[in-house]
Design a protein around this ligand. Structure first.
Ligand SMILES: [Zn+2]
Length: 381
């Protein structure tokens, strides 16, 4: 640790700007220690994973033979979901690709999706969110001052996929979360989960302007924590040797796919939120977590990651343009926003949440019981 109390991990690039991170005697952080443990336990294993993937695809097809689709997949236009679609297609799975339009997607992301689905002859459904409702919810989050301004989008993506999964009665949901490039590292320990509908309702109640959220799909308590009964989630990318760089190269070559410049930058809102709001208000740069995973996955060196971190996430002129665009779109004044940006962070427990309920459930069921119930959702039997 330096004189001013700053500490950065000696293996990855996580540092103590996240108060939830601890360091061992060698200066290695708890985040990458957990990453390595999880990768050992359930990451890709040459030979074994291929066999498991083949078996999984066989079971999926068998169990879905009377249905229209073998699985559903949420596609954002980002590299993870696009590559996952390619893997699913190569396995011969009949995929229903769902793109959720939250009102923020870049044209490039939409082009990526359309090009791929056309060439692979995959059925694409675009779920269009009612913009006036989305706007009010996002505006309320902006005013709340909490750390996770992406909840309105993330909750929507999940709830919309669940809604479509029920509509088409699919038995499997393919999920792009993966150990290789995301690890098990919590993105930022101060960020509240997107699944907590009570938290969302509570923020809206306090900062919303009274418009009903009826048109915004929300997760039930059971859906949020246990998933849809009878539907299995599969993290497909954990079965393949996934490398972000190689995936991008392949997507570009085969589909003329274009890169949008950063993780989750396919959404203009998320780009601004991660690159300006979080660093400015919470002193936290989300790139640290993304780059750390790439370092641990052998896709870049620690020095390269540190060099990238010394540069701004994207040009400041563009940041200012995005800010202006977002404020106008969400009906906020520049003065209002400056006040929020410079006010102290709002703790998540300022709002109602499901945390206490889960603490109680853990106490009654025991941690092992709850973990087992969750694990079953990811195992194809
Ligand atoms: Zn580390």
């Amino acid at each position: 640790m330096s004189m001013d109390g700053y500490q950065v991990c000696t293996r990855c690039v996580m540092d103590n700007s996240d108060p939830g991170i601890t360091f061992d005697e060698n200066g290695v952080c708890s985040s990458c220690t957990r990453y390595v443990e999880v990768r050992e336990l359930s990451g890709y294993r040459k030979g074994e994973s291929e066999k498991e993937l083949e078996r999984t695809a066989r079971v999926m097809k068998e169990k879905s033979k009377d249905l229209e689709y073998d699985c559903i997949l949420g596609i954002s236009g980002g590299v993870d979901s696009a590559y996952m679609l390619l893997v699913a297609h190569e396995l011969g799975l009949r995929v229903l690709a769902v793109h959720v339009d939250s009102g923020w997607n870049s044209e490039m992301a939409v082009r990526n999706i359309e090009k791929m689905c056309q060439k692979l002859d995959v059925q694409l459904h675009t779920y269009v969110m009612d913009w006036p409702t989305m706007k009010e919810l996002q505006r309320a989050y902006m005013l709340s001052g909490v750390a996770n301004l992406d909840v309105p989008q993330d909750h929507l993506f999940c709830a919309a996929i669940y809604e479509m999964a029920r509509k088409y009665k699919v038995k499997y949901i393919l999920n792009g979360s993966n150990i290789a490039t995301e690890g098990a590292a919590p993105p930022f320990t101060m960020q509240h989960t997107y699944r907590d509908t009570w938290h969302l309702n509570s923020i809206y109640k306090k900062h919303g302007r009274g418009k009903s959220l009826k048109k915004y799909p929300r997760l039930s308590l059971w859906d949020a924590w246990m998933g849809i009964p009878g539907v299995t989630k599969i993290n497909l990318l954990n079965y393949v040797p996934y490398s972000k760089q190689e995936a991008m190269a392949q997507l570009t070559k085969e589909f003329g796919w274009e890169y949008y410049g950063g993780k989750h930058f396919e959404s203009r809102f998320t780009k601004y939120f991660q690159s300006v709001y979080l660093p400015m208000k919470f002193g936290y740069d989300k790139r640290k977590s993304h780059l750390s995973c790439l370092v641990l996955n052998g896709e870049m060196t620690r020095e390269e990651a540190l060099e990238e971190l010394s540069q701004p996430p994207y040009p400041t002129q563009q940041q200012a343009e995005d800010e202006e665009y977002i404020l106008k779109k969400l009906d906020l004044t520049a003065d209002e926003w400056q006040r929020i940006l410079h006010a102290p962070p709002t703790p998540d427990d300022s709002y109602a949440s499901q945390d206490k309920l889960f603490a109680l459930a853990k106490k009654i069921l025991g941690m092992r019981g709850l973990d087992k119930m969750k694990k079953d959702r990811y195992t194809v039997k």
